[in-house]
Design a protein around this ligand. Structure first.
Ligand code: PBG
Length: 333
């Protein structure tokens, strides 16, 4: 059967019906909000490369967490900017580091929020690579112990979940093992499984002061040309104990998201990265896009591709759009 008996427009005319038959939806339960924490007190410094985002000291991160939770938010992802960096990224496991202190402050102020931490060395190493180096080589196996120590220190500070983003082989297994040995077998791991060597991380590297001092990350992050390889990465991470797998970036990799969705029954996260957010903000600021509609469409596209969870800098704004009212978290921006 076809036209004129079939008319696709019949179900598009009525706005209620249109919503009722919608195949994809977004809810507060899907959103994880990445934030950047620094040491100090009362620090709330706008990040130049990420309009609307801030460097927050632990107390300010806790204040934001309370507002975020009141707005219906469920989960935060923490990135840290340490005071000191060295060759091995040791400050990443400092119990008094900004991430560790922010976890404690947030869990105290808003215990209902899920606190997830990014586990990586690049913010903590003097050379900005995600693992240890020897000359110009990024070493794999010697990096694992340091990543696992960092993850353990996050969990000891109260993190609800850890998310390794370094792309070293074997890191999920190493983290799982150390957490289990220390009685944290109940703490889940969300693995950045298919993480591509992407230019869309540009604004983040300014925000996190984590750009590599030499070379690039193509020796450990995935080649943007590859889709099948993502399935191998996902399979290996699951075998090592990943509870949630991730594809990153999101928008330019929707085909990978769909492929991974069809490949595993595990929960799937997608990271709408800094450059994706930046493009939306800049295009809207230049008058080229309706920000809310374009941003919403970008999130729906990621859900439609198969993501259960979306890490996005749009989370506070999306909550407002979802609930249809304003919250302090946005008014203070
Ligand atoms: C750390 C890390 C990066 C991002 C998340 N974790 C940067 C990178 O790999 O260079 C990027 C996030 C974003 O762009 O929003 N390895």
């Amino acid at each position: 059967m076809a036209y004129p008996i079939v008319r696709q427009r019949r179900l598009r005319d009525n706005p209620v019906l249109r919503e009722m038959i919608g195949e994809t939806d977004l809810s507060a339960n899907d959103l994880i909000y990445p934030i950047f924490v620094v040491s100090g007190l009362s620090v709330k410094r706008p990040i130049d490369s990420l309009p609307g985002q801030y460097h927050l000291s632990p107390d300010q991160a806790a204040a934001l967490a309370v507002d975020f939770s009141r707005a219906g938010g469920r989960a935060l992802m923490l990135f840290g900017l340490p005071d000191n960096k060295d060759e091995i990224g040791a400050s990443g496991a400092d119990p008094l580091g900004p991430v560790q202190l922010a976890i404690k402050a947030i869990k105290k102020a808003a215990p209902e929020l899920c606190v997830i931490t990014d586990v990586c060395l690049c913010e903590y190493t003097s050379h900005g690579h995600c693992g240890l180096i020897s000359g110009l080589t990024v070493l794999n196996d010697p990096s694992l112990e340091h990543l696992a120590k960092q993850a353990l220190s996050h969990v000891q500070s109260g993190a609800d979940m850890v998310a390794p983003s370094d792309m070293m082989d074997g890191r999920v297994g190493a983290i799982r093992k150390l957490l289990d040995e220390n009685g944290f077998e109940h703490i889940p791991i969300m693995a950045y499984s298919a993480k591509y060597a992407s230019a869309f991380y540009g604004p983040f590297r300014d925000a996190a002061a984590s750009a590599p001092a030499f070379g690039d990350r193509r020796g450990y992050q995935m080649d943007p040309k590859n889709r099948r390889e993502a399935l191998t990465e996902v399979a290996l991470d699951i075998e090592e104990g990943a509870d949630i797998v991730m594809v990153k970036p999101a928008g330019p990799y929707l085909d990978v998201l769909r492929e991974v969705r069809n490949f595993t029954a595990k929960p799937l996260a997608a990271y709408q990265v800094s450059g994706e957010y930046y493009m939306l903000k800049c295009a809207a600021a230049a008058g080229g896009l309706d920000f809310k509609r374009a941003a919403w469409e970008s999130l729906i596209g990621i859900k439609r591709a198969g993501a259960d969870l979306i890490l996005t800098y749009l989370a506070p704004e999306a909550l407002v759009w979802l609930r249809g009212k304003s919250f302090k978290i946005l008014r203070s921006k």
